[in-house]
Design a protein around this ligand. Structure first.
Ligand SMILES: NC(=O)c1ccc[n+]([C@@H]2O[C@H](COP(=O)([O-])OP(=O)(O)OC[C@H]3O[C@@H](n4cnc5c(N)ncnc54)[C@H](OP(=O)(O)O)[C@@H]3O)[C@@H](O)[C@H]2O)c1
Length: 323
């Protein structure tokens, strides 16, 4: 089968379209004929050797796939064969990928494989940030950085559904427009003279926000802490601009702040993960949640997709269509 692998860490140019053996589903697993593979910022970090750096190379990239089940391993009900599904699935930048049966979410006919490929990594992250980590409540205010990105646009929609007021930060007017279209109440475009924290103070009449979701790290960390109201909660979940400064507990006392981290690969209670996945699946199918497809290219154009994602040139979801 065709697959995108990297043989050494480096820039987007290290991604190669290789011919590799097809995977076989093991016990409890299914094999998916991949129609669309989601691209995530973490894939670019993995390729650069900043994340998961101990994996042996060459390695097929990818972590989620939408497609059709074409085989099952021992112990899996054969009813799955032929069904349209989406799942967290490693090594999904390929024509076939395997995953466990419990990861499968069945897709109705009207949900496209491309949209579905944008649902799980970013949607589960957004869902757990809001419901599991921040436990965002009706009437609270949340500041979401990189608000027009894959996680960002989904987090805006889920935060609005939770009854929160949403403030977002982005790097361009085009991104600001998209964030507003997804429901953000106020959007800040970097680059002017005002700081994010000053802007937050202005739009919250001096109160600050109860929650900040920060995936940018180094360049936003200080303003994230400054933007919090008393007893506020900063949830870190990425470091697109580099790792944030170390947390000095002494600096948290003045406002009794809470700082936490969220990682999708932490083992989650199975029932909680199922609830999150099913909530996202039914919201997508029912039209209450939209996946904005910002860039859809062929599998062989994975390097271009990475280059655009890491140069901040994309909005919403980046997807590889698999032939
Ligand atoms: N913890 C977890 O389990 C988990 C899971 C999924 C994703 N993540 C993290 O969540 C973040 C968003 O992921 P995503 O896949 O949805 O990507 P994305 O938000 O679509 O793309 C990254 C965005 O980060 C912003 N950014 C700010 N400074 C940047 C810099 N120096 N270089 C590149 N981008 C920069 C850019 O938005 P602006 O141009 O608007 O600033 C860019 O569009 C990433 O940091 C990712 O690692 C974490």
């Amino acid at each position: 089968m065709k697959a995108i692998r990297y043989h050494e860490v480096g820039g987007p140019e290290v991604l190669r379209l290789d011919e590799v053996p097809e995977p076989t589903p093991g016990p409890g697993e299914v094999r998916i004929r991949v129609e669309a593979a989601g691209v995530n910022f973490a894939d670019t970090e993995r390729r650069r050797g900043l994340y998961d750096a101990t994996s042996p190379l060459p390695r097929i990239l990818g972590s989620e796939a939408a497609g059709i089940v074409d085989g099952v391993g021992p112990g899996v009900d054969a009813k799955w064969v032929g069904r349209r599904v989406v799942a967290l699935a490693p090594r999904s930048y390929a024509e076939f990928a395997t995953t466990t049966e419990e990861e499968l979410l069945e897709l109705p006919e009207h949900v496209s494989f491309e949209e579905a490929a944008g649902l799980l990594v970013q949607g589960l992250t957004a869902w757990h940030l809001i419901h599991t980590s921040a436990q965002l409540q009706q009437g609270q205010r949340v500041l979401i950085h990189a608000a027009a990105g894959g996680v960002g646009l989904l987090a805006i929609q889920l935060a609005k559904q939770a009854g929160a007021t949403v403030l977002g930060t982005v790097s361009s007017e085009e991104k600001a427009k998209l964030a507003r279209e997804s429901g953000a109440d106020e959007v800040f475009v970097y680059g002017g003279t005002a700081s994010v924290a000053e802007w937050v103070r202005t739009v919250t009449q001096g109160a600050g926000v109860e929650v900040v979701l920060d995936s940018v790290g180094a360049s936003t960390w200080a303003s994230s802490l400054e933007s919090l109201a008393a007893f506020g909660h900063l949830v870190a979940y990425g470091s697109a601009s580099g790792p944030p400064a170390a947390v000095e507990v002494e600096t948290l006392y003045a406002k009794s702040l809470k700082v936490s981290a969220y990682w999708l690969r932490t083992p989650h209670p199975a029932a909680l993960q199922r609830r999150a996945r099913e909530a996202l699946g039914s919201a997508l199918a029912g039209g209450q949640l939209r996946v904005k497809l910002g860039l859809v290219v062929g599998l062989e154009e994975a390097a271009q997709a990475h280059q655009r994602l890491e140069s901040r040139a994309t909005v919403g979801k980046v997807v590889l269509r698999v032939p």
